[in-house]
Write a protein that binds this ligand. Sequence first.
Ligand code: FAD
Length: 293
Amino acid sequence: MTRIDELLAAGVTTSFEFFPPKTDAGDARLREALKELEPLEPSYVSVTYGAGGGTRERTHRLVVDILRETSMTPMAHLTAVSHTRDELAGLLARYRDAGVENILALRGDPPQADEGEGFWELPLAIELVELAKDVGGEQFSVGVAAHPEGHPLAESLADDRRNLAAKLEVADFAVTQFFFQAEDYLAMMEDLDRLGCTKPVVAGVMPVTNVRQIQRFAELSGAAFPRWLSDRLLEVEDDPEEVRRIGVDVATRMCQQLLEAGAPGLHFYTLNRSTATREIHANLDLPAPAATE
Ligand code: FAD
């Protein structure tokens, strides 16, 4: 069993997210992190999809390498930005033919200035979900992104919730943007419940190991980096060990709250490093992973 919807139906999942490195040194660091995280038996691992052509090919290669060379189940992120519908269908067919079963279907953001102008033939992620279902049929389990604090471009939070519920009617599950307060996730789940949506939504967790870096990510993603947390971390900014210790402690407590509240899975944004994720994982009393065939 390696379809994520089936893994989620069997019990709480843990998963790790990686990005395809651009350099040999980055690649070596990623391979090391993969080796160190594999013994934790994650339910699945995911690989992000970037804006540039070279990076995009690297996502495919890394996903297929993980499938063939490790015991872990990969999920490929795919974004609709700057691809024609035919190109997207072709990419999905390559994953299908390589035996990949899990796709995270995303709209993608406009490219940065040095990456050329972006365009969308499929301007909403829901259309990519539908295409993935067409191409992959029963082989694919298709996930989507959820934004607990609302997507930055949404007309309103209520609109965003309705759009998410509609997207989840066709998709199998969602994974959230990272957030730092369990209440944000729980409020979203209540809204989805009121809208009649019962699909699993996996909680995205970003262990803070570098204050300035996470502040930047939070600004880009629209996730609020709470004042109490940034103040606490900035006080010890010059002591990386202490920053990491606090980051691990805060993330552990949030994960415990999420599990107690019934979150179906935890998804760790690893930034291609293993230490903080391994520490949080060790602190949690996680159930054994569902058996795979
Ligand atoms: P959509 O679901 O299409 O939503 C985009 C906006 O449109 C929202 O504001 C939504 O409310 C609105 N909307 C939806 N439906 C309608 C409708 N019918 N009418 C009007 N408005 C509507 N980016 C990458 O480039 N590569 C990655 O690998 C990547 N991985 C990610 C993984 C996760 C878990 C998450 C949470 C995000 C990831 N992203 C990634 C970022 C993502 O591409 C951006 O957040 C993007 O801006 C939105 O993508 P989406 O799939 O949520 O879009």
